[in-house]
Design a protein around this ligand. Sequence first.
Ligand code: NIG
Ligand code: FE
Length: 420
Amino acid sequence: MHRMKRCKAERAVVNIGSLLTLEPGSGAGPLGIVERAALAFAGERIVYAGPEEKLRDAVELPAAGSILDADGRVALPGLVDCHTHLVFAGSRAGEFAARVSGKSYEEILAAGGGIHSTVEATRRASESELLALARRRLDRFISFGVTTVEAKSGYGLDLENELKLLRVARALRGQHPVDVVSTFLGAHTVPREYRERREAYLELLVHEVLPRVAAEKLAVSCDVFCERGAFTLEETRRILEAGLRLGLPARLHAEQLSRSGSIALAVELGALSVDHLEFIDESDARLLSGSRTTAVILPAATLFAGKQRYAPGRMLCDTGCRVAVSTDFNPGSSHTQNLPMTLTLACLGCRLTPEEAVRGATRHAAAALGLESDRGSIGPGKRADVLILDSPDWRDLLYHFGGNLAWRVFKNGQEVLVSR
Ligand code: NIG
Ligand code: FE
């Protein structure tokens, strides 16, 4: 019988108890689960994902030393953290203590602390210091099974320092297996020296910083913190439209501390994502549900900023929005890299189902970055980014609250984390 030439795999994982493909068509339930599964990789791509019994017909296996026996464990896509403020210097541990004793996040920011204090420390830091700090943070991310991290600028807030942060993020790409996807967030807040000259800061962003960021290809999207005390709706439009003219899709810190009405703007501009959403309402959600824009919820920031009001994740899912979940890792409102713990919070605080939470840190998080066709799910042709849990039950990822079940992590087909 004529057979197609089988592809030669360089690596394989066998004896997977449950493979979460995140491709509902290719397995059972909303997570597309294949039981007793196997995976095979060639180069940085997946060449086989499916029942173990069909593996040998589909690919030519590598030598035994390149085959991992998962012994019934769970495999899922490497996690995608689609909203972080990865590159910064300094610590806000003192501010944390002040918040615990009653000062609000907004009060600290208005008094010149908060983001401003990180800006001060970050401006003082050299590129190599920032690089060393960020590299260690990526090590922590990978230890939790995160293989792609978005990184925003926004602690430089002038030409030289915004470019510095984005160059650090670019340099990380050659130095660390985790993929870093850069977003320009020069509109994080108006820096102190421009407090009485907002218009001049907007001019600087639109006419100097953004064009340089685009010309040097230092970011793939442009974000604005649209909020009282940060940027108004009109200012947000101006900055995002300038970014779009330079080929940078929009993202938004939206409806975090109050309702600004920014969802309609995001949908009008075809934004990749709107993030935070504690104050989003049902009419906003209906607009989002018919759009390409992903709703990113950040429940660790709600908790850590000392707020009671979580984003209405249940309502967003029920309205048909595509919901992603991220840590919002940053030194002020969410100082954690524990994305699995954040998924537990998305269930408890935002009422996502465990399935929706897992989808939020894989397939939907990749969509928030415009990378859905490349990663965030498992199937032939997808990037070989895979997390293997030290458990036979995928729900343990959420159930072990604040723990870490990452057992093996593959990035681009290479084993980058081996634990125990
Ligand atoms: O996503 N919302 C604004 N920015 C960050 C916090 C930044 C900071 O406090 O340093 C956030 O929560
Ligand atoms: Fe943020």
